[in-house]
Design a protein around this ligand. Structure first.
Ligand SMILES: C[S@@+](CC[C@H](N)C(=O)[O-])C[C@H]1O[C@@H](n2cnc3c(N)ncnc32)[C@H](O)[C@@H]1O
Length: 272
């Protein structure tokens, strides 16, 4: 089989880390997400396996996060089969194949042009799944979005790579243009922004986090949002950890707020 040489830098390169962890989980004896597509896609890419193997310590967290976002996406589409899903910073995640959106909805994958180009080559997605090659912080791509459909904005492993101004430009446009819907995303604690500068796997590809989560600042900026969920990814991962002998240690460590709150999943309803 010929493999694709992938030459991504910065935040785009981190999509290989999550893809590798999806495949690692799927190969395990007790998968949490069980992504059936990740290994096939990895097999078609020419990547540095030794470097990616070093990221697998975060697998339970990354796949628990993906699983919960799949569940929230399915829940949205059951309630709104003619709705719209904006899958932002989609990377090489197979979410539209896992969730199987109905043909009545609009599903739009958005990521940087080099990522969308790679995604189109590597995935055979149904033709009603659209994709837009653009930075999510640009304004122009919003012209292609329906403004009359209830919309799920799902952003996994994305917002921490944007600056605070970028996050608010994006969310501000979503809330101005979309009639009603749900925002679902993960965000990180401030200490992880500093730690990301020193993480060897991130340094090797020139990636780092740029923004962190502060619930009171966020909710006072968007007072009309209705909070549905605020979940610790650490707690979800501890509960789902397939190595049962590790769970008690994870629960004890999870009592420490810096670990428990290192990454959280958020879901908000907006509009009427
Ligand atoms: C950690 S990966 C997550 C990929 C995917 N959501 C997943 O969970 O496998 C981060 C993704 O965010 C994308 N990204 C970062 N900054 C972006 C931006 N300004 N506009 C669009 N996508 C961006 C990267 O290209 C990459 O695909």
């Amino acid at each position: 089989m010929t493999t694709e040489k992938v030459d991504l830098r910065g935040a785009a390169a981190t999509l290989l880390m999550t893809l590798y962890m999806h495949a690692f989980d799927a190969r395990s004896r007790r998968p949490i997400l069980g992504d059936p597509y990740a290994q096939d896609v990895l097999d078609r890419i020419d990547y540095d396996a030794a470097a990616l193997r070093r990221t697998t310590g975060d697998t339970s967290a990354v796949v628990s996060r993906a699983k919960r976002l799949d569940e929230w996406t399915t829940e949205f589409l059951v309630a709104e089969p003619a709705g719209q899903v904006l899958h932002l910073g989609c990377g090489l995640d197979s979410r539209p194949l896992r969730v199987r959106p109905p043909r009545t909805c609009r599903w739009i994958d958005v990521d940087q042009p080099e990522v969308i180009e790679l995604r189109r080559r590597l995935y055979d997605v149904p033709d009603h799944v659209e994709s837009i090659p653009s930075s999510v912080t640009d304004e122009a791509w919003w012209d292609r979005v329906s403004t009359d459909r209830p919309t799920l904005v799902v952003a996994e492993g994305l917002l921490m790579y944007l600056t605070e101004e970028g996050v608010h430009a994006l969310l501000g446009r979503a809330l101005d243009r979309l009639p009603r819907g749900v925002l679902a995303f993960d965000a990180v604690a401030p200490w992880t922004v500093t730690a990301s500068k020193w993480t060897p796997e991130f340094r090797a590809v020139g990636a780092r986090f740029h923004s962190a989560w502060d619930r009171s600042v966020f909710e006072s900026r968007y007072p009309a949002l209705q909070r549905l969920d605020d979940v610790s990814v650490y707690d979800m991962a501890a509960l789902a950890e397939p190595r049962l002998w590790l769970r008690p240690a994870l629960f004890v460590a999870g009592a420490l707020p810096p670990l428990r709150d290192s990454m959280r999943l958020h879901r908000y309803r907006f509009g009427r």
